[in-house]
Design a protein around this ligand. Structure first.
Ligand code: MN
Length: 209
């Protein structure tokens, strides 16, 4: 089945005041839809057309050069945004607890230090891209990726990712990417991130908060 934009799991205005309604409408309905449409167009008629996005991203090296960049950018955009909507919530914010909280303290010393590393990686990403908390198969790490590259392309599991393309924040924050990143943590959905973590380490999901 061709890719589809998943419905937003909350109202467009639900993340106000941190992320404004108009940004969410454009971001979800227009930008994500464009990634889906362009990925479907590139994959149409190929052997990968009906594959899950994770498997498509793992197959980039095998694809003909004529579609590889389009698939990388647009299937990457589809995977990244599908995760992004899920790891935000109007009931979000606070600090991680449970197994995820313990792993964050073990790896980064504190949640504040993790937040600083993720924000710094997002501010430091020149141009467009993402800043991530990933599980790399052995433990947690913070990375950033350019454009719509996904950690899945490096065999890493994305747990939390913040979109630092201007379309994610420009209407409300203009050029103030650091302010957007700081505000973003008020909507982080730790339950969803904990589920991603549990799946990455192969344990049943424990609610994080
Ligand atoms: Mn985006």
């Amino acid at each position: 089945m061709a890719f589809e934009v998943p419905p937003l799991p909350y109202d467009y205005s639900a993340l106000e005041p941190h992320i404004d309604e108009q940004t969410m409408r454009f971001h979800h309905d227009k930008h994500h839809q464009a990634y889906v449409d362009n990925a479907n167009k590139a994959l149409d008629g190929t052997e990968w057309a009906d594959n899950p996005v994770e498997s498509v991203l793992a197959s980039l090296d095998a694809m003909p050069e004529g579609i590889r960049a389009a698939v990388r950018n647009n299937a990457g955009g589809h995977a990244n945004h599908s995760l992004f909507w899920e790891i935000m919530s109007p009931d979000g914010g606070g600090e991680p607890s449970g197994d995820l909280g313990a792993a964050i303290e073990d790896t980064f010393d504190s949640f504040d230090e993790l937040k600083k590393m993720v924000n710094d990686a997002g501010v430091g990403r020149f141009g467009s891209g993402w800043t991530w908390l990933i599980h790399d198969g052995t433990g947690l790490a913070v990375v950033s990726t350019p454009n719509q590259d996904s950690p899945l392309m490096n065999d890493d599991v994305p747990l939390l990712g913040i979109d630092v393309w201007e379309h994610a924040y420009y209407l409300k924050y203009q050029n103030r990417r650091p302010d957007y990143l700081e505000a973003w943590w008020n909507v982080v959905n730790w339950d969803a991130v904990a589920e991603n973590y549990a799946a990455a380490v192969g344990k049943p999901a424990a609610r994080a908060s």
